[in-house]
Design a protein around this ligand. Structure first.
Ligand SMILES: Nc1ncnc2c1ncn2[C@@H]1O[C@H](COP(=O)(O)OP(=O)(O)OP(=O)(O)O)[C@@H](O)[C@H]1O
Ligand SMILES: [Mg+2]
Length: 219
């Protein structure tokens, strides 16, 4: 469902961040994406959520070559992808509940159906007392949990989580990993970028190690 071949990425300053990268992931798989700081983990995720086009090479997602996707189809494809950004990217002018509800609203769900579902998930991540708060009043760990709730609320086909446990304690981290595993059980392909080796070593999932612009697989 995800296929990258001969992918190069540079940001226009001659330094290739990704160099001749090949990668194939099947639907429903669960992977950690590891590699040193600056190796390009976030950049690779950015390609996968179609936030940036590769400098060269071929990328297909959900069986579609991205160079053949028309502009109007792009948001439709993106709706199938949940993203937890390393820097959260919550919308500051929306409350916690509005941020989490957004993907369902965009997908056209009815408000009545949204409310209970969103409330339940916010409670599950432990932030029911903050539903009407604005993001700039939250701690980083709280923002991260809201960003995670927003990424999973629509049960995406693909979940890309960039350092999703970077700002939360280990108890909360366990709970979030459980949430990702439950989502994976119902079919979501999961990729978690992290340089937290203690997190990676707790699980048996295969690792994609990004070094020198290429992926070394450790299944
Ligand atoms: N928008 C950009 N413009 C120019 N260079 C960029 C841009 N985004 C990232 N880079 C560079 O690309 C390289 C890879 O960055 P990236 O954020 O993908 O690494 P990372 O593996 O996610 O690092 P970390 O573990 O610190 O999050 C870095 O050298 C970074 O400076
Ligand atoms: Mg990063």
């Amino acid at each position: 469902m995800i296929k990258l071949s001969k992918i190069y990425l540079n940001y226009g300053n001659n330094a290739d961040i990704l160099k001749n990268l090949d990668l194939k992931l099947t639907s429903g798989s669960f992977h950690f994406l590891t590699g040193p700081s600056g190796s390009g983990k976030s950049s690779l995720l950015k390609l996968l959520f179609l936030g940036h086009v590769p400098t060269s090479g071929k990328l297909s997602i959900f069986g579609k070559d991205i160079s053949e996707i028309s502009k109007p189809d792009l948001p439709i494809l993106r709706r199938k992808i949940g993203v937890v950004f390393q820097d959260f990217r919550l919308l500051d002018h929306l409350t916690v509940i509005e941020n989490v509800a957004l993907p369902l609203q965009i997908a056209g769900a009815r408000n009545r159906d949204i409310k209970d579902h969103v409330n339940e998930l916010i409670t599950w991540v432990g932030l029911n007392d903050k539903i009407d708060a604005f993001p700039n009043t939250l701690s980083d760990g709280e923002k991260q949990r809201i960003a995670i709730a927003r990424a999973v609320i629509g049960r995406p086909s693909l979940l890309l989580a960039d350092e999703p446990t970077g700002s939360i304690d280990s108890n909360q981290g366990d709970k979030i990993m459980h949430l990702f595993e439950e989502l994976n059980k119902i079919g979501t392909t999961v990729i978690i970028a992290t340089h937290d080796n203690s997190l990676v070593s707790q699980f048996d999932y295969p690792k994609l190690n990004l070094v020198n612009g290429k992926i070394n697989r450790n299944e």
